[in-house]
Ligand binder design. Structure first.
Ligand code: BG6
Ligand code: MG
Length: 215
């Protein structure tokens, strides 16, 4: 029986992937190469530095020092935050706010479990902070998904046992993290990609409380 819902942020509550893509693309273009939207899929759920390493690999760039990588990641994040700083609640994905509210009305606890260090900014811009009992993000975890740390910390903060938690995730690494943490996983996206999930829906607009009972 589900007592808590833990939501990934990027790709589940809000579509920030397009902003991440634009910022990373600008960085890559500045170094003289490009990458495809399909390659961009591989960046979903992946931490900032791990994303940079993937992108440098695609550009066959092998000579960057740790300091230079730090600067590149900072530059990307400046471009990214310039874009998210003008986001509005209109950019909340269809049904997301409504589903979180219906969970809360039913007495379920709610939390965010995200890899992003920009989570507080995004939740504030979207006026969603009051909808979550706990927020665990890239600022409070040391091990990135697929390690379950982000969700385990979420369950602890909510004081709900892992087995009574369900995680909503759009990234393969996130589904793996939820399963590794002993939780149920609902995939947001395509069943072909999110094979390990207990259930896959195209978006939270397709999700109902009744479906939680069947997990
Ligand atoms: C994840 C995104 O939620 O957060 C990734 O899916 C992103 O694309 C990661 O790289 C880290 O985000 P940030 O905001 O800390 O750079
Ligand atoms: Mg995501």
């Amino acid at each position: 029986n589900i007592q808590a819902c833990i939501f990934d942020l990027d790709g589940v509550i809000v579509d920030t992937a397009v902003y991440h893509y634009k910022a990373w693309k600008r960085l890559a273009n500045g170094m003289g190469f490009d990458f495809t939207e399909q390659q961009n899929e591989q960046l979903k759920g992946v931490s900032r530095m791990a994303s940079l390493d993937l992108i440098l690999g695609w550009g066959n760039i092998t000579n960057k020092t740790d300091d230079e990588k730090e600067q590149l990641a900072t530059q990307k994040n400046e471009w990214y935050t310039d874009m998210i700083n003008t986001m509005t609640p209109a950019e909340i994905l269809p049904g997301a706010r409504e589903f979180v509210l219906s969970c809360r009305d039913a007495g379920l606890k709610t939390a965010i479990g995200s890899a992003s260090k920009n989570t507080p900014t995004i939740l504030t811009r979207l006026e969603l902070l009051p909808l979550f009992d706990a927020v665990i993000d890239g600022n409070s975890v040391s091990k990135p998904k697929p390690d379950p740390e982000v969700f385990t910390k979420g369950a602890e903060a909510l004081q709900v046992a892992a087995a009574n938690c369900v995680v909503f995730e759009d990234a393969i690494a996130g589904i793996e993290a939820a399963i590794a943490g002993g939780m149920k996983a609902v995939g947001i996206g395509s069943p072909d990609t999110l094979k390990q999930a207990n259930l896959v829906v195209s978006g939270l607009d397709k999700m109902t409380l009744e479906m939680l009972e069947e997990l």
